[in-house]
Write a protein that binds this ligand. Structure first.
Ligand SMILES: [Zn+2]
Length: 204
């Protein structure tokens, strides 16, 4: 398991949040082109996670989708999580919009893709950093920076800084990586992993 996601009993408010999350999830899979592209890429790479390809989901929405991608209540202050058994979790209590659900889903599917295509040792801070850099760059986590950068030419470097900051935050949650190790791991992995945009041709 990469990110500690604590599962609790669901109260009334949590039940409503779970239903909202399920709706976001279904809609993301049905309508978001980037989510659909990632699911297709997983399938084409022969990854087990690819069972949630769009066609299957449309044919049998809940059963199939819920077998691998879950909405859950999370204690940790994260939007989602990825477990090394291939499970993707969306944190129902932290996902507040359709856009956030789609971005989080793409982020976690990048981790699934990385684990499927290459040997990833999640206890290795540099391995983990590489996947977080890619997930942050490719999911749209920092797209608001790009929006601003378009109108302010001089702050183009902010996008990279945003990726680094977010990747570092995630690696710090890895119990095997101290703050210092997380920062160093992100620095070491950055240039190579930022350039590696697979399965996309370029940062979408
Ligand atoms: Zn991540």
């Amino acid at each position: 398991m990469v990110v500690d996601v604590h599962i609790e009993d669901h109260g009334v408010g949590e039940q409503a949040a779970l239903e909202r999350c399920e709706n976001f999830l279904q809609r993301a899979v049905r309508t978001n082109p980037t989510v659909q592209f990632m699911l297709r890429a997983l399938r084409e790479a022969g990854c087990p996670e690819a069972k949630q390809d769009t066609a299957t989901v449309l044919a049998a929405p809940k059963q199939r989708l819920n077998s691998r991608i879950y909405c859950r209540h999370c204690e940790a202050a994260v939007g989602g999580g990825f477990q090394d058994d291939g499970t993707v979790i969306l944190c129902a209590n932290h996902i507040r919009s359709q856009a956030m659900a789609s971005t989080t889903l793409v982020h976690e599917l990048i981790h699934a893709f990385d684990q499927c295509r290459a040997y990833v040792d999640w206890s290795n801070c540099v391995h983990h950093a590489c996947s977080e850099i890619r997930a942050a760059a490719l999911s749209g986590d920092c797209d608001w920076i790009r929006e601003v950068a378009r109108s302010h030419f001089r702050i183009g470097g902010q996008f990279r800084r945003c990726i680094k900051r977010r990747a570092e935050m995630s690696v710090r949650m890895n119990r095997n990586c101290s703050e210092l190790e997380a920062r160093e791991a992100v620095e070491r992995a950055f240039e190579t992993c930022y350039r590696d945009t697979a399965p996309f041709d370029t940062i979408p």
